[in-house]
Design a protein around this ligand. Structure first.
Ligand code: SAH
Length: 242
């Protein structure tokens, strides 16, 4: 028998033996209205820092309820210190990128506005909710924060000295420019452009930046959402936590 409960829920509350965790209206609706759980049922909880806990329904109501934390079911597992920086594209594809980045173990998700960015606005709260859902379903105990949209220029101007920037450059399609060329390090970022790619000015600036390693993602031009997953796969399998 598995000691891990099936329903996994992210909560913004400390977790530990004996903790009582109050539920929001939405969480109560989901557990008791949709999933039909009753008092005594088991739920897995995680909060991004304390690991996964098995908890029991203590009170079940229409608009609220509470869970009682019992035992630690899995230790906290945080991903490598990897930022995914990407230019938002159409809504459904942006949602996809955020969901996949959370599943693939990005530590932080950062939408940026570039010269050819398709969308001027994002719904940070909605994107964050997608990251939470992805963590709930993939068994992760960590939820990457999703930042507000910021300008790529600004981000580069304030770039931290100790962080490597993996620049996925579509102009290198088919070229020999692999991640192996990047120096060793423990703080990373992957940068993916929008449908229109990067402007010449951006490419020049990025290439000249001391933190940058420009890489190719193979012989075909990938859509931005595919490129994000491909780059995360490449990173995690060579420098990351696989
Ligand atoms: N319109 C552009 C392609 C943009 S693809 C053109 O035709 O050139 C969207 C983003 O995905 C790019 O900005 C880049 O970051 C990434 N990307 C896609 N294919 C890539 C490849 N083969 N190598 C490196 N990056 C790639």
């Amino acid at each position: 028998m598995s000691s891990r409960a099936k329903i996994r829920l992210f909560v913004e509350h400390p977790l530990g033996a004996g903790q009582t965790v109050p539920l929001s209206r939405e969480q109560a609706h989901y557990l008791f209205g949709v999933m039909r759980l009753g008092v005594g049922a088991e739920v897995a909880l995680f909060n991004g820092t304390d690991g996964e806990w098995t908890a029991e329904v203590a009170e079940a109501g229409k608009r609220g309820g509470s869970l009682a934390c019992r035992v630690l079911a899995a230790p906290q597992m945080s991903p490598p210190d990897l930022w995914l920086i990407f230019a938002p594209i159409k809504k459904a594809r942006t949602d996809f990128i955020v969901e996949k980045a959370a599943e693939m173990g990005a530590a932080r998700i950062m939408p940026v506005q570039t010269d050819f960015t398709n969308s001027e606005r994002i719904r940070q709260d909605r994107l964050q909710a997608h990251a939470v859902e992805a963590a709930e379903q993939c068994g992760g105990t960590y939820v990457p924060p999703v930042d507000d949209l910021q300008k790529l220029d600004r981000l580069l101007a304030d770039w931290p000295e100790d962080r490597q920037l993996i620049f996925c450059d579509e102009s290198l399609v088919g070229a020999r420019a692999a991640l192996d060329a990047a120096p060793a390090g423990d703080k990373w970022a992957i940068l993916i452009g929008p449908e229109g790619g990067f402007s010449d000015a951006e490419r020049a600036r990025l290439t000249a930046h001391p933190a940058t390693t420009a890489i190719s993602l193979g012989p075909r031009i990938l859509r931005a959402d595919t490129a994000a997953v491909a780059a995360l796969t490449l990173f995690q399998s060579t420098r990351g936590d696989w």
